[in-house]
Structure formats: C-alpha cells, structure tokens
Write a protein of this length. Structure first.
Ligand code: KIV
Ligand code: ZN
Length: 385
C-alpha cells in the first residue's frame, strides 16, 4: 500500500481562522497531541510573523521528536534566518517557504513579473538549503496559475534544492477532476518530480477540500496538508481526520495508508475545539457530536440487530466513547428497552410499555432524553433497579 504523509497545519493555517489566537502553552499542548495522532509533519507556525509565534515554534521544535516540525517563511532572507533560529533545535529541521505564482497574485499582490518570481523563488530555496536539510516550496495559488509556468518554476526550484513541492488550491476553487488533472500533468512534465515529495494543500470554499485532496493522491501526491476539524482561513482547510478515515474505511477502493493513529482522532479534535474555541458542527463527518448517533426507531432497531445496517465507521475506531443510540421522539421501543437494560433496570413488558408511553410524551417536549431523565421515568413507573 502506498504511504501518504500527513502534513498538519492546524497551528499555522488553522490558526489563521478569524478569532483564533493560541498562546505558546496551548500550541505546545496541541502539538504534543498531533504527535500522538501521528502527523508526519507539524507546521508549528510562522516564526517571522510575531515574537509569540517564534517562541511557540521554537518550543515545539525542541519538544516534539516523533513528527517533523516545520515553520512557514516568505521567500525572504530575513524570514529564512528567523525560521532557522526557531527551528534549529528540531530533530530534522524543515522549512516551508512559499511564493505566489498565479497571474492575479503576481500582478497585484507581488507586483512582480513571472521572470522576477522565478528568480525570487530560486534564490529563496537556495538560501534556505544553506541551513535546512528539508525545504518545502509552495506555489501559492497554484491551482489558478498557468500550468506551463508552474512546470518552469518547479523545475528551477527543484534544481535549487527543494525537497518537497506543494501545489495549493489557495482559494478553494478547484474541482476534484481539475485538481487531479493538474497533479497528473505535473507528474508527466516536471523533470525530477519523482525525486521530490509532491504535496496537496486544499481550501474548502466550495466544500471540496477533502475530495480534492484525495483526487491529488490518486494522481501522484505523496503528502496531503490540512487541519484538525478543518479549521482555517475563510471556510477552512481540508479536514485531516476525514481524509485519514476515508482512506482507511475505503482502503479496498483507494489502497493508500496514512500511518495516522485513528484512535487519537476524537481526543485531538476535542482538544483543538476546546483550545481554539471553534465549535464543531454536530453533523460534521467523523468528529461531529451526531456522527455516530442513530435517532430514528427504524435505524435504531436495525442497528441493534446488526450495527452494520447503518454504521460504516465505528466510534471505537476514532476513540469516541459516546452512546450511539440517541433517545428522542423518533426512537423506537427496541432502543428504549435496550437502554433500560444497560442502565440496570429490571423489566417486565407491561411496565416497559407504560414507561415507553411516558417517554414519548416527554420526547415531544424535550429534544434529547438523557439517562437522568430515564432514571426519573423508570423510578416513577416503579421499575426495579
Ligand atoms: O493556502 C495556501 O496557499 C497556503 C500557503 C502558504 C501554502 O497556506
Ligand atoms: Zn492554505
């Protein structure tokens, strides 16, 4: 099975979400958890952006040993030097340097010609390689760049010493077919592409970040980048937990493995949510509160007869210990009786039938029935404990 590296940028692109501001202690706690989660690379921050980010990247680089730690730098000597100071204590110092390549970014943001952009990128990568054994170069807004220009600049940055080439869909504009086709084209046209790592970096503006990342893998990407819970600028980045679980559950179809410790997913997701203050939508795939909750009577009955009737991912797989059968107004007698037994109540059919009528009345008034509600209900019906 082909191994896909997971590049986690929760602490850099993820922290760029509006309203998030993590301090060093919080970043370190998340980085330690990302190490348990099994991220191949952790992008700990952008050292030249602020003294706080510098400090966090340095602490993480000096602490985390089982994941490679990187930091982001603009294609500028001063950013590269600052990043080296922050990252020099890392087990395997890695730098992520980027420069925009799309016509709109080159003309309006950088105000540089394509030739100047090639020179700046080459100089930056050469300079970075004086310090770092591993240098990733990103063509910002690659998806909206001219593919022929991408081939030209990538050829040159590889010759300059880049060890990873990243092709971001910075504004989340790609469709899976187009993004996959771009990877295929680069694989076929860039000299020496097989000697470097090829990386995908997707944003979720059109809700396609995860599927675009997978399309890139199918077309030759060796690494995917994203964040926990999909947090990030605007609509966020590709959600890494979704990619890892999709590739695991459908390995029969895809045949890739990520090395992610799936059992750490729930814990990682909760920690990121708690420390960033970004709540997870209840129906979010894999880590949403309702991702494994069966509420309707028909689903609950099927689930109790054979879990696989309605469950393709088990909560145990991702270390989720919450009760899968949510009790509410759509629930049936089977799930109700089952919960009474697991709560230790001694049942006869007449009592359970009466209690079920009361339960339905309560469920019409209250969205979710908790075990405390059930305890009162069963004791009211004098069902023995
Ligand atoms: O989305 C993007 O282009 C980025 C780069 C800095 C890699 O985050
Ligand atoms: Zn990004």
């Amino acid at each position: 099975m082909r191994k896909i590296d997971i590049f986690d940028t929760t602490l850099r692109d993820g922290e760029q979400s509006a309203g998030i501001n993590l301090n060093t202690a919080e970043k370190l706690e998340i980085a330690r958890q990302l190490e348990k989660f099994g991220a191949t690379i952790i992008e700990a921050g952008f050292p030249a952006s602020s003294p706080g980010d510098f400090e966090a990247v340095q602490r993480i680089a000096n602490t985390v040993k089982n994941s490679t730690v990187t930091g982001l730098a603009r294609a500028m000597k001063s950013d590269i030097e600052t990043s080296w100071e922050a990252l020099r204590g890392a087990e395997q110092p890695h730098l992520h340097v980027f420069l925009a390549t799309s016509p709109i970014h080159m003309e309006y943001k950088l105000q540089k010609t394509p030739d100047q952009v090639v020179d700046i990128a080459v100089e930056a990568v050469k300079y970075a390689r004086k310090y770092f054994p591993l240098v990733q170069w990103s063509a910002e807004d690659a998806f909206r760049s001219d593919p022929e220009f991408l081939v030209r600049i990538i050829n040159q940055v590889i010759t300059a010493g880049a060890t990873t080439i990243n092709i971001p869909d910075t504004v989340g504009y790609a469709t899976p077919q187009e993004y996959g086709a771009l990877f295929k084209y680069l694989k076929e046209n860039v000299t020496g592409i097989d000697k470097v790592k090829l990386s995908a970096h997707c944003h979720n503006d059109l809700g396609m970040a995860v599927v675009n990342s997978i399309a890139a893998i199918e077309n030759g990407a060796d690494q995917v980048e994203g964040t926990i819970n999909g947090i990030g600028e605007r609509a966020g980045n590709a959600a890494l937990e979704e990619i890892a679980v999709a590739l695991h559950i459908r390995k029969d179809f895809y045949g890739f493995e990520t090395g992610i410790n799936l059992k750490e997913i729930k814990r990682t997701s909760q920690l990121v949510s708690q420390l960033t203050g970004v709540v997870i939508q209840p129906n979010k795939a894999v880590v949403g509160k309702n991702a494994f909750a069966h509420e309707s009577g028909i689903h609950q009955d099927g689930y109790l007869k054979n879990r696989e009737t309605y469950e393709i991912i088990t909560p145990e797989l991702i270390g989720d210990k919450t009760e899968p059968l949510a009790l509410g107004k759509h629930s049936g007698r089977h799930a109700f009786k089952d919960r009474a037994i697991t709560m230790g109540f001694n049942l006869d059919d007449e009592k359970i039938n009466k209690a079920f009528v009361e339960f339905k009345k309560l469920a019409d008034r209250k969205k979710e029935i908790t075990e405390d509600d059930l305890f009162i209900l069963f004791t009211d019906q004098q069902i023995e404990y």
